[in-house]
Design a protein. Structure first.
Length: 138
C-alpha cells in the first residue's frame, strides 16, 4: 500500500467516523428512540447515548468523538503523522474505555459505538505504519 493511499484511507475512515459521531450526537439529542440501532435490550444504542455513559464532564461523548475524527481528518489532509498517531491513540483508548464500560458495567452493546472503535483501531494501525516508516512531514 502506498503512502498516499494510506492517507486517503485515513481521510475516508475519518469521514465515516464523523458521520457515525454525528448520528450518535443526533441520537443523544433526539427525544425519539432510535429504531435503527436498537435491536433489543442488549444491543441498544439508546442505552448508551441516553444513559450513564452519554456524557463525560458534562460533554456528550459523541462530541468528543466528532472533534477527534475532525482532528484526524485535518491531520491526514496535512499529512501530520505524529498528530494522527496521537489523536488516534487517544481515540482508541477512549473508545476502549467506553466499550469496556458498556459491556461490563452497563451490559449493553452499541453497534455504532463499536463501529467507531473499529474505525479508530484501523486509523491507529495505519498511523503506526506511517510513523514506523518515517514518512512524517512534521
Amino acid at each position: 500500500m502506498s503512502i498516499n493511499s494510506i492517507y486517503k484511507s485515513i481521510t475516508a475512515l475519518s469521514i465515516v467516523g464523523i458521520g457515525l459521531a454525528i448520528y450518535l450526537l443526533y441520537n443523544y439529542l433526539s427525544p425519539v428512540p432510535s429504531e435503527f440501532c436498537t435491536i433489543n435490550a442488549t444491543v441498544n444504542c439508546d442505552a448508551v447515548t441516553k444513559g450513564a455513559l452519554a456524557t463525560i464532564f458534562g460533554i456528550p461523548v459523541a462530541v468528543v468523538g466528532l472533534v477527534g475524527y475532525i482532528a484526524i481528518l485535518f491531520g491526514s489532509i496535512k499529512k501530520w503523522n505524529g498528530w494522527i498517531l496521537g489523536m488516534s491513540t487517544f481515540g482508541m483508548l477512549f473508545c476502549l474505555r467506553l466499550t469496556f464500560l458498556e459491556i461490563f458495567r452497563e451490559h449493553v452493546l452499541c453497534p455504532v459505538c463499536m463501529a467507531c472503535q473499529v474505525i479508530m483501531l484501523i486509523i491507529f494501525s495505519l498511523s503506526l505504519y506511517l510513523v514506523k516508516n518515517k514518512q512524517s512531514t512534521t
